[in-house]
Design a protein around this ligand. Sequence first.
Ligand SMILES: Nc1ncnc2c1ncn2[C@@H]1O[C@H](COP(=O)(O)OP(=O)(O)OP(=O)(O)O)[C@@H](O)[C@H]1O
Length: 687
Amino acid sequence: MVAMSYRIAPRAWTQLPELTPQQEAAARQAPGMTVVAAGPGTGKTLVVAEAASRHVLAGGSLERTVVLAHSRTAAQALRRDITRRLPRAQTSAQVTTIHGLSLGLLGRYWPHEDSPWRLLRAPEQESRIRELLDGVPADAWPEEVRPALGTRAFARQLREVLARARQFSLDSEGVGALAREAGDDLFASVARFMEDYLTVGDFSGTLDYAELVYRTRLLLTEAPVAESVRGAFDAVIVDDAHELDSAQVALVTDLARVGLPVLALGDPHQRIGGYRGASPSALADLAALPGSRSLTLTHGFRNAEEVGRALAALDSRLDQHHAAPTPVAVQSSGDVVSRVFDDESAELAHVAAELRHAVTYQGCSWHDLVVVTRAGRTQLSAVAKELIRLGVPVEVSGDEIALAEQPAVGTVLLALGVAARGGAPEADEARLLLSSPLCGLDGVAQRRLARSLLARHRELGTSSALLGRCLGEPHLLDGIDGEDAAAALELSRLLRHTADLLRSGAEVQVALWSLWDATDWPSRLRDQALHGSRRANADLDAMVELFDLAERMDDLLGVAGATTFITEVAGQEIPADTGRELAAEGRGVQVMTAHRTRGLEWERVWVIGVQEGLWPRLSRPGLLLDAERLSADHLAPRASAHNCSASGNSSTSPARGPARCSRSAPCRGSTARVAARPGSWASWAFR
Ligand SMILES: Nc1ncnc2c1ncn2[C@@H]1O[C@H](COP(=O)(O)OP(=O)(O)OP(=O)(O)O)[C@@H](O)[C@H]1O
């Protein structure tokens, strides 16, 4: 296990910074396409905010300037940034994501007949794919993949392939033609499946993200639409253009082609969104539009010199074709260290000790510090819990915790799962449910109830076994007086009632509501939230998202629907762009996954769990259906699929030996081996 700790110089400006001549040139509006390729912290986002606000100050209007950010949170931050530059109250800025813009254009120029187009999020898309796979005869697929057809992994890989096909503007015929050319049976089946998938989407008025962009591009090929779009907007500004996938690049290029001035800024070496298909050549492709202007920004304002040097060393290992110039750090000082610890727990113990030290002796506040961990929300919660246990106050943004791991959601899903199986929980489930807010029996109350059960049914087993059975066999509670038995009986009835609802084919959201609304738990949470409880607020937010999800998956019915729903929620590992994307409040050390760190700044950063082959993961073994094959085999060769942003992978793995990046990373000294836990003599002996 390895931790890297970056010392990053604090932000010194409280007022709006003055633009450098390079930034000035970039912020000046020019016709056609302007592409700014610039390294980390060089002021790209600053230029976006300046360019948009200058447009308004020069007499334009914000509604006519489209500003595109990579996520809703980034869009919100940019909106704030732009409006604070304007002297008077302006109608809110058109800052959105490329999907937001596409949905707006589609709704305006290509409305669905019955109801507005609805976006399918990844879990819903996967569940639709699984349903369709269910209905297709197995012999429609090559023999080698048939055993996998019913699995979640196959549906996920198929979803990626479908999305990638649309990103390359391929329809089912296009995929079929490529498959024929390559003699690829598997992709021939994918092409047939794609046809069904698109037809069902059309019929139900739903689109996935890739399809949305594809259709918007089709729209812009119509002359009247192109003309209307040109009349509706004055300019398009794209932040983080390196996050665009091929279809999005093409859409932005189309906007320039219809006559809108486009300013796109990005860092060709940052590709955090690679897992979503971000194109390695996004900026180069935008710059390839005839007549486009290419600019660079060369001063790095974020990182201190030492950090900048370390990043530059990592950066030099990436493909230098179309690379942005290495930023020259404006601030000196800084520190980069890389160390190898014995194991994960020793690593966290050291990091916790350093976090406390930074606050106690180095004048940092908790919110100046961040611990960056591998993607995957399960790992993140474990790290957060351990740091809390080690005495570090921790903040995790709501959407970084898997929905299924939110305590309130976990309880309701457990009850839903039990109801889907008829309403009788297993012994351990029963104990969890009895102690949950759905029943509220604490340890003492449960022991009391268990003793009463034993006194009445000694011949049936131990007190613990009887407690485990009482919800499934409520007659065991007959004749037992007191609040404990009454509460258990109430819960048992609730589980049966929900089971009946599911058996009668009720929508999953109805069953969920029956569980949630039956007790005074929601009103208790509401009261606690009103009194400032963050835990209660987080629980309520998570429940709102759960219901939101259930509402959108309104085609899930009955027992089978409930089972699918539970699996879907459990499988949501990548943070979605949802309402739970909350800003942290600055009361603790932030713990977050790498891809959430984009554009944010801290004084000190710990990147933990870096391990060769595991994180960053440069290849994806074990794929039956690899979306990369659409690009690698069937399309023109692209840049290396290995995407590596210089973010802290200069590390070693004890088992595998030093990773390539770290061996020459210009960290002060070499990678240090730190044995044992902090405070023990051994941990210092090896420094
Ligand atoms: N001309 C400037 N003078 C002073 N500070 C600046 C200047 N330009 C940028 N900064 C500061 O540098 C930091 C990074 O700026 P910004 O976030 O705009 O960079 P970026 O290139 O978008 O970063 P990223 O690599 O995360 O995309 C911010 O704190 C910003 O205020």
